[in-house]
Design a protein around this ligand. Sequence first.
Ligand code: OMP
Length: 216
Amino acid sequence: MSDHRSRFLQLALNADALRFGQFTLKSGRVSPYFFNAGRFDTGLALAQLGNCYADAVESSGVAFDQLFGPAYKGIPLATAIACEFSHRGRNLPLTFNRKEAKDHGEGGTLIGADMAGKRILIVDDVITAGTAIREALAIIRAANGIPAGIVVALDRQEIASEDDRRSAAQAVAAETGIPVIAVANLADLLAFASGNPELVGYREPLLAYRARYGSN
Ligand code: OMP
């Protein structure tokens, strides 16, 4: 497993961002694990997370000009990544959105750098069924940006629906031609759990969940 994958999973455990139990997802599925990026709630934790994202982005080779962090969780994530890239010598412009349009002051739903004509890398926390990512693609297109890539911390590698056994990430990539990069995915989590005595007991429920909702 590449270094940024295991580093990220260890950071997520330390921050209590990766939990095991019973969680109802946005899709209604009941999952034996949950990733809550909101637990990266200190400057150091966000800086370390930004470092893992930036490693994943650099090793993917995706070409982009600018970052977009969808509200809400994408906002601190994209900010942390922009700061990390600045330490690596790239001063990336950054845009994010509001969930509700503002009707006074500067108005509108977008904040930060103009996306028109720019190759945009979307930064989000998790991909499950792909709904959040599709919404972000629509926001970028409406602002005349060019979606160039999507990076998430965790790809849960789940089917979007029973009739399509591809993962949501694979379906989005195939339909749009836009690559989906994950710092780590469910397969990495299973491998990581095998090598960790405290997590090994969670492997069975994870495998059962993958058999039900996992992609081919
Ligand atoms: P999709 O829109 O179905 O891809 O689900 C992604 C969103 O679900 C994330 O942006 C989160 O809001 C939420 N989520 C998590 O934060 N962590 C998880 O482990 C799983 C989910 C989820 O509900 O599927």
